[in-house]
Design a protein around this ligand. Structure first.
Ligand code: HEM
Length: 195
């Protein structure tokens, strides 16, 4: 499924919030980390801190900022491949990666086609991670308001047909016409919804 911008948004979400925030590897032979005195002995278990790597400002400037353009082909080419690890890497990486990504895209495409979403006030703006959750999750969950787009478009069409029927109102600015009908939604917002 070729959805370039959605791809970038999902990749950036997985960068900021990798559900599996750490994975492990067993060292099979003694290894000296280049340019350091650190030696990892054979059989030592190593923790790979995905969350920390994906928030390292050396690779992701302003790491707390949500910026899907970090995943443009040009920006990706500038970074080490192993700085984005939400599905792990190597022979034991996630076998469900393609399925997981496809599922996420299908669900998102269907949901945003039919509903408008906005943040509910119950959602904390500075997310606090739940210390008791096995996978990375915000304390208290993410609460959203939903509005069916068909209802919204029906209201919009009704207003438009009413305003075009009366000549003097047709000359009124569209925003005023909308508020005069008591809907309180400026036309510019409607246009954005249709994108
Ligand atoms: C967004 C969704 C998912 C994420 C973020 C995710 C993440 C991960 C990570 C980080 C690992 C460890 C990789 C490593 O050690 O290098 C893993 C392993 C694994 N995942 Fe996923 N996963 C996802 C979805 C799925 C799905 C949908 C399935 C199955 C249908 C799946 C099946 C597996 C299996 C079987 C392993 C173990 C692979 C092995 O040890 O050889 N995952 N996953």
């Amino acid at each position: 499924m070729d959805m370039t911008y959605m791809d970038k948004c999902i990749n950036e979400t997985l960068r900021k919030y990798p559900p599996v925030s750490v994975f492990t590897r067993n060292c099979t032979q003694s290894y000296k980390i280049p340019n350091t005195d650190v030696i990892i002995d054979k059989h030592v278990q190593v923790l790979i801190p995905i969350l920390e790597i994906q928030h390292d400002p050396e690779y992701y400037p302003e790491p707390d900022k949500f910026d899907p353009e970090r995943f443009s082909p040009e920006d990706k080419a500038k970074r080490n491949h192993y700085t984005w690890l939400p599905f792990g890497e190597g022979l034991r990486s996630c076998i469900g990666m393609r399925f997981g990504l496809m599922q996420t895209k299908v669900a998102l495409a269907v949901l945003i086609k039919h509903y408008r979403f906005s943040l509910n006030s119950k959602t904390q703006h500075l997310l606090i991670l739940d210390p008791q959750s096995f996978i990375l999750a915000p304390l208290g969950g993410v609460w959203l308001n939903t509005e069916k787009i068909s209802d919204y478009n029906a209201a919009k069409e009704k207003v438009e047909s009413q305003t075009s029927a009366k000549e003097p109102v047709a000359e009124t600015h569209a925003n005023d016409a909308m508020s005069a009908k008591g809907l309180g939604k400026p036309l510019s917002k409607n246009v954005q919804v249709e994108k």
